[in-house]
Design a protein around this ligand. Structure first.
Ligand code: PMP
Length: 355
């Protein structure tokens, strides 16, 4: 059955990645074993993790100043792992939404948090560019894409302190100068892999400055030393990361995907802006190219719109439970034709219900 999958995550994956990962479960590299049956310390798996590490660096144009880790515990664990490893006394955070807020809550358990900007009063519909990162904080933390509300940082501050960025919902979707970051983390699954794995990209020279004792699993340096196999890793998710990265390269890399993502987002925002039935509440400059949130102007039409898109095999368009409305997540693997299809449904809705 043809479905149009706008889920926010886990979400649509490239068909090729699904096909190859299914094959690896049945018979991994003609070995007679399933990928699920091999040891995480086997040569076969070490080759997978090595290749995945290499591909992350190549796709992001990073050198050996950076270590790449594949951990568990989601982005949620990173909310405390980051301050555990990096916060001596004080860190600066941007409060740009639900996930940023969760990161702040955890950081407060380790020291003082300076909030440089909070979008709370304006319901997180914009991201300020008018803040300065103090030179004397241990690091600056931001969330590049706010999955729930649908905002995205387009510029990052110039600062001498390490920039730590939660890229869970827009990693590998656009080309940035990744060398400006001290640490990037992104949990799966949106633009990469299958759930149960978090990629951490860390500049080695920002580590090891902390006096506090850090439990082994929470310690980046120990994971680096053990090549992400301190304990049993999520072999399957790391393998599907490798497949997704191969797919990204086959598509031409993140700069090509960025153009495609911009185009898909532009089409959809244009439709929302001109359609009499819908509105988007995000400041123009801060609109996300990954998660497009929108609302009905007339909430009395909710049942009619829901009936219409559900009948057309559109999946996952409901807004986040904290926000309501609608959200179309249009990650790398979502085809342009799904966006065009949704636009046609919205146009049809306008023809029928616009007053
Ligand atoms: N940060 C962002 C930006 C997210 O979108 C999410 C949800 N996927 C999280 C953090 C939390 O991730 P996890 O469920 O892996 O802990």
């Amino acid at each position: 059955m043809k479905v149009h999958n706008f889920n926010a995550g886990p979400s649509v994956l490239p068909k090729e990645v699904i096909r190859k990962s299914v094959q690896s479960i049945i018979d991994f590299n003609n070995s007679g074993l399933s990928l699920l049956e091999i040891s995480h310390r086997s040569i076969d798996f070490l080759e997978i993790i090595e290749k995945t590490t290499y591909l992350v660096k190549r796709v992001m144009n990073l050198n050996d100043d950076y270590s790449i880790l594949f951990l568990q515990g989601g982005a949620t664990l990173q909310f405390s792992m980051v301050p555990y490893n990096l916060m001596k006394k004080v860190a600066a955070y941007l409060d740009t939404g639900f996930w940023a807020n969760n990161a702040i809550k955890e950081a407060k358990k380790f020291g003082k948090v300076k909030i440089l900007f909070s979008g709370k009063e304006k319901k997180y519909t914009y991201i300020s560019k008018n803040y300065e990162v103090p030179y004397n904080v241990d690091y600056f933390h931001c969330t590049s894409n706010n999955t729930i509300i649908g905002t995205q940082m387009k510029i990052f501050p110039k600062t001498s302190v390490p920039i730590v960025c939660d890229m869970s919902s827009d990693i590998f979707s656009r080309n940035l100068d990744f060398k400006q970051f001290g640490l990037i983390y992104a949990s799966a699954q949106k633009n990469i892999s299958t759930a149960g794995m978090t990629i951490v990209i860390v500049k080695k020279n920002i580590l090891g400055k902390m006096k506090r004792k850090i439990p082994s699993y929470m310690n980046y340096k120990i994971h680096i030393k053990n090549g992400s196999i301190l304990n049993t890793p999520n072999v399957f998710s790391i393998y599907t990361s490798m497949l997704t990265l191969e797919w990204i390269e086959k598509k031409g890399g993140i700069s090509v995907l960025e153009k495609k993502n911009e185009y898909k987002a532009k089409l959809l925002y244009n439709e929302i802006d001109k359609n009499n039935c819908f509105e988007n509440k995000i400041h123009q400059d801060d609109r996300s190219n990954m998660n497009v949130s929108f609302f009905l102007k007339d909430m009395n039409l909710k049942n009619e719109f829901n009936k219409m898109w559900k009948k057309e095999n559109i999946i996952g368009l409901d807004g986040h439970r904290f926000l309501g409305g609608y959200r179309a997540s249009i990650y790398n693997a979502l085809p342009l034709k799904s966006v065009k299809f949704l636009i046609e449904v919205m146009k049809e809705f306008e023809r029928k219900f616009s007053s």
